[in-house]
Design a protein around this ligand. Structure first.
Ligand code: MN
Ligand code: MN
Length: 351
């Protein structure tokens, strides 16, 4: 993998080395995915481009098998990784300030005789923000499985079935297709239960003539999908249908403006204006969407606060919603890739 962006940052800013600690960032840079729990797991990159992975000894072979070509320092639970390397000083040292704990920071400051700390978070966000064609292909595959998962959920709907039963059917079906992990806890919410945007599925039973909200995603070869569909079981009330049509319009119009050079904040505004003008502004309490990649929520933030423009290779969600307590909760979410001249929608399940 190409780490020029990181060594360029180090050299341009006179930083001696970077200490990468977010497991997904290490996966992105090394091809090796690990969940270290409380153990030390870090990638050291010097300004000369030398790379050293610090990981538990039992994981050394896996890291090599994943294709990592740099140095590996494997340590036992009973020893300190820093005792296994020759003493080196990195006076100016870049860390992931949003991830590294204060305790770990003190350890590295001492181990490498650090005098000054810089943040490397934004560099990593910028690198991961623009996806390669290969990454987009994997995100598209993940989105196709998400479509299939919605399909499985819809097939299970019947009067009296519980949210948990539908959820179980969806996840079992995904496992039968070889998907080992969902990208977050699958959401299946019936009727007014969906009026809480992040509700928890339970033993609520499905009644005739209400909406069902599915929000789910899968992880395919490390890459996440995230889709929401709100489907009618029978014939919902006119009020509920009105809400659905407003959200659908907001979803479609917001997606329609996505292209390189368009403002990200404008995308949020298009959807928010449609919902506000219809009188439901106060019932749309969240940003329009978020970036999607190795993490289900990543850079960029699709909100009024983001002053950036869309760039080719960005992958993001558009997910307007209206949640009226006691009436209905509707959200419609798609995964979108920004192309050279516009956009492509990766999720395909009918709306
Ligand atoms: Mn979602
Ligand atoms: Mn989402």
């Amino acid at each position: 993998m190409n780490h020029n962006e990181i060594t360029t940052f180090l050299n341009d800013n006179n930083v001696d080395a970077a200490w990468i600690t977010t497991p997904l960032n290490i996966f992105y840079l090394t091809g090796y995915l690990s969940e270290p729990h409380e153990r030390l797991f870090s990638l050291l990159i010097t300004k000369d481009g030398e790379e050293t992975l610090f990981c538990p000894k039992m994981e050394v072979e896996e890291a090599k098998n994943a294709g990592f070509k740099g140095n590996i320092v494997g340590y036992l639970d009973t020893e300190s990784a820093f005792d296994l390397i020759e003493q080196r000083d990195y006076a100016t040292f870049a860390i992931e300030a949003e991830h590294l704990s204060v305790k770990r920071l003190r350890e590295v400051e001492q181990a490498f005789n650090v005098q000054q700390i810089e943040d490397i978070d934004q560099v990593l966000k910028d690198v991961r923000n623009v996806k390669t064609d290969e990454e987009i292909e994997l995100l598209h595959e993940a989105a196709k499985y998400a479509d299939l998962a919605i399909q499985a959920g819809v097939e299970k709907l019947a009067e009296g079935v519980t949210e948990i039963e539908v959820l179980n059917h969806i996840e079992t079906t995904m496992k039968q297709h070889g998907i080992s992990k969902m990208s977050f806890d699958t959401m299946v919410l019936f009727g007014d239960h969906a009026a809480a945007p992040h509700g928890t599925p339970g033993d609520r039973q499905l009644k005739n003539n209400e909406f069902v909200l599915f929000d789910l995603g899968v992880i395919y070869k490390g890459y996440c999908s995230d889709i929401t569909r709100t489907v009618a079981f029978g014939t919902p009330t006119d009020k509920a249908k009105e809400i659905y049509n407003i959200v659908l319009e907001a979803n479609k119009q917001a997606i329609s403006i996505i292209k390189p050079g368009a403002k990200i904040s404008e995308c949020d505004k298009v959807a928010r204006d449609i919902i506000s003008n219809a009188g439901f502004g106060e019932y749309f309490p969240h940003r329009l969407g978020h970036g999607l990649g190795l993490s289900v929520h990543e850079f960029p933030d699709i909100s009024s606060a983001n002053k950036d423009e869309f760039k080719p290779g960005m992958v993001l969600t558009v997910e307007p919603g209206i949640y009226v307590p006691g009436v209905a909760g509707v959200r419609i979410e798609d995964d979108i890739v920004v192309t050279e001249d516009g956009h492509r929608i990766l999720t395909g399940y009918q709306k």
